[in-house]
Design a protein around this ligand. Sequence first.
Ligand code: ADP
Ligand code: MG
Length: 324
Amino acid sequence: MLSEFDLIKHYFQRPGRAGRATLGIGDDCALLTPTPGMQTAISSDMLVEGRHFFAGEDPARLGHKALAVNLSDLAAMGARPVGFTLALALPAANRDWLAGFSQGLFALADAFDIELIGGDTTKGPLNICITVFGEVRPGQALRRGAAQAGDDIWISGTLGDARLALAGYRLELPQPLDAASLQAAAARMHTPSPRVALGLLLAQQGIAHAAIDISDGLVGDLGHILHASALGATLDLDALPAGPVLAAQDIALRRAYCAAGGDDYELCFTAPASARAAVLAAADSVATPVTRVGAIDAASGLRLVDAQGLPLQLKLDSFDHFTS
Ligand code: ADP
Ligand code: MG
């Protein structure tokens, strides 16, 4: 039988690797020494079995996703990742599961050069809660309330394939996806790529005003920027960059899943029209495509339009855990 402490030591403590922490796993607290003059950005995200992922999900993918969704929040703030903690409730100490989970987790951690610095482990229904720590120069964080009237609205990468995969799994599509398409779309759902490099540049170069990462669907998440900034927007639904699998679907599905699919983990950010060339250059330098999809308006409310600028009436709900 694997004890709690054996489990931590074997699967989560990597000897000699405290990363940026002065003291990592093994004491009552980790110790982080902040870079002088920097602010600490902190965010937690929890993944609950049956709510955020299906029972029996591949543990390596879960390890990746649990960290990726947290790094996405740092990206949306323009903060550089420093380290993270992991609070884990597990029904059983299963070695295969732990090996897979820690491999997926550390592969992504290593890609961003950050270390696991502490956490908690308990028996219970499978629940994975990560807290990330990052740093950002004072005044540079990309806050939701910083959009300005006249700003362009930009989206990184593509939208909707994660939602398409969910519909595919649930057999909700009018035409089922073939196996290869489902697999390609599902990769977006299982292994999101947090846009950390882009967020950092947008913040450090002072290019973007406001930003958010798209976890619950663009319309809802952009709504948070509009609410916090006390502004409105016009969004061209036909300009939204559909994921490659969704792009082959009919227009109604494309619009709906791009606008309100969720689980995209792309950035939605605003920047002045005078910064268009700077946005494109920054995006190009980190090999992340970006698309301009609308504009921030002084008038409140969100106006959805088609490629001709004509209003579209769509009932789009963003995801809410207590009403969905
Ligand atoms: P305490 O009882 O003081 O809260 P624990 O016995 O829970 O400490 O944990 C011992 C050490 O292992 C601590 O440094 C803690 O941060 C770390 N730890 C526990 N669970 C995890 C985990 N899932 N991932 C990383 N570190 C962990
Ligand atoms: Mg404890």
